[in-house]
Write a new protein. Structure first.
Length: 392
C-alpha cells in the first residue's frame, strides 16, 4: 500500500426536506451574498428553486442567479458567471442541481478569485490559488462533485473537455435529499448509477498498492449500487434505494475508495471526456459504452484485480484459468449495464463514429494526459485509438 492524505471537509446534511436548512448553512460558512447556479427547467418545475430563494429571502441573504448549466457544462457560461460574481460582489456560490451545475459553479469560483483565464487551470497551464466558497443542493446522484475536489468543463472552441482538481473547490456543505432525485428520467438515473460505479472502479483497477479495507469498501459500494440500480429500474420512487445510491455517489468520489493505492487509473474517464466533448453524450452512458473495450484491452496487464472483481463483485465462480474468470467478470458487468438500459458500445450509445473522429479523439485524449496515462496499463495514443475502435 501507499501512504495517503484523506481530506473531506464537506458538511453533509442528508435526509428529507434538508433544503430547508440552506440559509443557516450559508450563514454558517460566511456567505453574505450568494450566486445561485443551476441548470434547466427541472429545478424550476419542481419548485425547488423557488423554495431555495424563499429561504434565503426569509433569512435576509441577498442573491443573484444564473441558470443554464447543461450536461458537459460549457466554458462560455462559466465566463458569464465570473463576470456576474465580480460585478455583484458575490462571496458565496450555491450550486443547485447535479454535477453539471456544481462543476460549473466550481469553475466560476476559480475564475472569480484568480487573475487571468480560468481555462488555464483546465488546460494545466496554471494552478488555482483560491476559489469562492461553495455549497450544494444535490438533485442528481452521479458525479460525486458534491464532495469531490474535481470539476469538468467543456470549451466550445474545439469541443475540448477537461477536468481540474483542487481541494480549494471542495464544497463547504452538501444538502442531500433523496426525494429530490425521484423526478429524474430512468435514463438519467441509470447513467448516474453508472458514473458512480466508474468512479469506484477507476480507483479499483490499479497496479499500485492496495489496502484490504479500501478494497472491501469499494467492493461493497459497487454491489450496493448495482443492487439498488435494479430496484430503481423497477420502482423509481423507492426512497431507500434513492438514498443508498445518493450516498454511494458521494463516497465513490470523495477519495475514500482510493486510500492506499496509486491514485487510480482514470483512462476510461479520459477516453469518455473526448467522446462527450465531441458528441455531447450523457457522461455515465459514455463510460458504459467504453468500459468493456478498455477492460478487455488492459485485462492481462492487471489480471489479479480483474479476477478479484469478477469473484467478489460480480459473483463469478472461478474458471479453470484466471483469464477466463476475468473475462466472465467483464461480461457480467456488461450484462448489468444492459439490464438498466445502458450501452456497451458506441453503436448502442447512438454514436456513429467515423475513423477520422476516432483518430481525432485519440489524439486529443493523448494531448489531455500529456502523452500517456493509466495504472491498470499505461496507455498511449495508439492504445487509445485501439480502444475506441474496439468500442465501435
Amino acid at each position: 500500500m501507499f501512504g495517503f492524505n484523506y481530506y473531506t471537509p464537506t458538511k453533509v446534511v442528508f435526509g428529507k426536506k434538508t433544503e430547508e436548512k440552506v440559509a443557516e448553512l450559508v450563514r454558517e460558512f460566511g456567505g453574505t451574498k450568494v450566486l445561485i447556479h443551476y441548470g434547466g427547467g427541472s429545478v424550476i418545475r419542481s419548485g425547488l428553486l423557488g423554495r431555495v430563494k424563499g429561504y434565503l429571502e426569509a433569512a435576509g441573504i441577498p442573491y443573484v442567479e444564473l441558470g443554464g448549466a447543461v450536461p458537459n457544462p460549457r466554458l462560455g457560461l462559466v465566463y458569464e458567471g465570473i463576470e456576474l460574481c465580480r460585478r455583484e460582489k458575490v462571496d458565496f456560490l450555491l450550486g443547485v442541481g447535479g454535477g453539471s451545475a456544481i462543476d460549473s459553479a466550481k469553475a466560476i469560483g476559480y475564475g472569480a478569485t484568480n487573475e487571468g483565464d480560468v481555462w488555464d487551470f483546465y488546460d494545466y497551464k496554471r494552478k488555482a490559488k483560491a476559489c469562492l466558497p461553495l455549497g450544494v443542493i444535490l438533485t442528481i446522484a452521479a458525479t460525486g462533485s458534491e464532495m469531490s475536489d474535481s470539476s469538468v468543463i467543456t470549451k466550445e472552441e474545439g469541443l475540448v473537455k477537461r477536468g481540474y482538481s483542487s481541494d480549494l473547490s471542495r464544497p463547504r456543505f452538501a444538502i442531500m435529499d433523496p426525494e429530490l432525485t425521484m423526478t429524474l428520467p430512468d435514463y438519467q438515473t441509470a447513467s448516474g448509477c453508472t458514473d458512480i460505479l466508474m468512479h469506484t472502479m477507476e480507483r479499483y483497477f490499479t497496479n499500485g498498492g492496495n489496502m484490504e479495507i479500501t478494497d472491501a469498501l469499494a467492493e461493497g459500494l459497487l454491489r450496493t449500487v448495482m443492487k439498488n440500480a435494479l430496484i430503481l429500474a423497477r420502482d423509481p420512487l423507492d426512497y431507500d434505494a434513492r438514498a443508498e445510491v445518493m450516498w454511494a455517489g458521494s463516497l465513490s468520489h470523495n477519495g475514500l475508495t482510493g486510500c492506499g493505492n496509486d491514485g487510480g487509473d482514470w483512462m476510461t474517464h479520459k477516453l469518455e471526456h473526448e467522446l462527450g466533448g465531441l458528441y455531447d453524450v450523457a457522461h455515465g452512458a459514455g463510460l458504459a459504452a467504453l468500459w468493456g473495450s478498455w477492460a478487455r484491452y488492459v485485462m492481462k496487464n492487471c489480471l489479479p484485480r480483474f479476477v478479484r472483481f469478477a469473484v467478489n463483485v460480480m459473483g463469478v465462480t472461478p474458471e479453470s484459468t484466471d483469464e477466463e474468470t476475468a473475462l466472465r467478470g467483464i461480461e457480467a458487468l456488461e450484462d448489468f449495464f444492459r439490464s438498466i438500459h445502458m450501452p456497451t458500445n458506441l453503436r448502442e450509445l447512438g454514436v456513429k463514429a467515423s475513423e477520422e473522429d476516432l483518430v481525432l479523439m485519440a489524439k486529443k485524449c493523448a494531448i489531455g494526459v500529456n502523452g500517456a496515462k493509466g495504472s491498470a496499463m499505461l496507455l498511449r495514443e495508439e492504445d487509445m485509438l485501439a480502444i475506441y475502435r474496439a468500442a465501435r
